[in-house]
Ligand binder design. Structure first.
Ligand SMILES: [Zn+2]
Length: 194
């Protein structure tokens, strides 16, 4: 085995040497004649003057302006970008009333698009509310029409939303949101790996 591999090694080295010599030979011949000539011809062709219609200058100028603008925009955009987003903008999901609640943050820092999702199948919850005259009798039912998950909340829909808003604000004040956000980003990372 050792003999075979040594022989192979020697053969490969010999082949490499022969091929290198051949390539060098070809290169030397070409370099002296055709290639050098071609380079000279090319240079003459490139530096030679030519006449083109004036509207070509328009196209050239337009292309230059567009390219220049795009380049400058790419270069300067980071400098004009808004300051980094507040840390708590990472907190956009939590569990309240047995449901998964998600929301977003507006540029001005307001909580928007707050709504709940089924804890079992993650579908957007539907809701039904009673509009009874007496406040105490009002209730809202959040339900998943796919798996039948049902959560009843005292008060109307806006009461439920306000309750969740208050809970979120409490976690923001106490700093408890950090733990939730960290757990969610861990879960997201695990999901990506899985
Ligand atoms: Zn469901």
């Amino acid at each position: 085995m050792a003999d075979t591999s040594r022989r192979e090694h020697i053969t490969r080295e010999a082949l490499t040497a022969v091929i290198s010599v051949i390539i060098a030979g070809i290169a030397a011949v070409i370099w002296r004649a055709e290639v050098w000539e071609a380079i000279c011809d090319g240079w003459v062709w490139v530096t030679d003057s030519t006449s083109i219609a004036r509207w070509w200058y328009g196209i050239l100028f337009f292309t230059f302006i567009v390219t220049f603008t795009i380049c400058m925009w790419r270069l300067l955009r980071p400098a004009f970008r808004n300051p980094p987003l507040p840390e708590h903008f990472a907190y956009r999901e939590d569990v309240f009333l047995g449901l998964v609640w998600r929301w977003s943050w507006s540029e001005s820092g307001a909580m928007v698009n707050l709504w709940c999702y089924c804890p079992n199948c993650d579908r957007r919850s539907a809701y039904q509310g009673s509009a009874d005259f007496i406040y105490e009798d009002r209730y809202t039912v959040f339900l998943c029409q796919a798996c039948g998950d049902l959560r009843r909340h005292q008060g109307d829909r806006e009461d439920a939303l306000n309750y969740v808003r208050r809970e979120i604000e409490l976690k923001l004040r106490s700093g408890a949101w950090r733990e939730v956000a960290a757990r969610q980003s861990d879960n997201a990372a695990e999901k990506k790996l899985g």
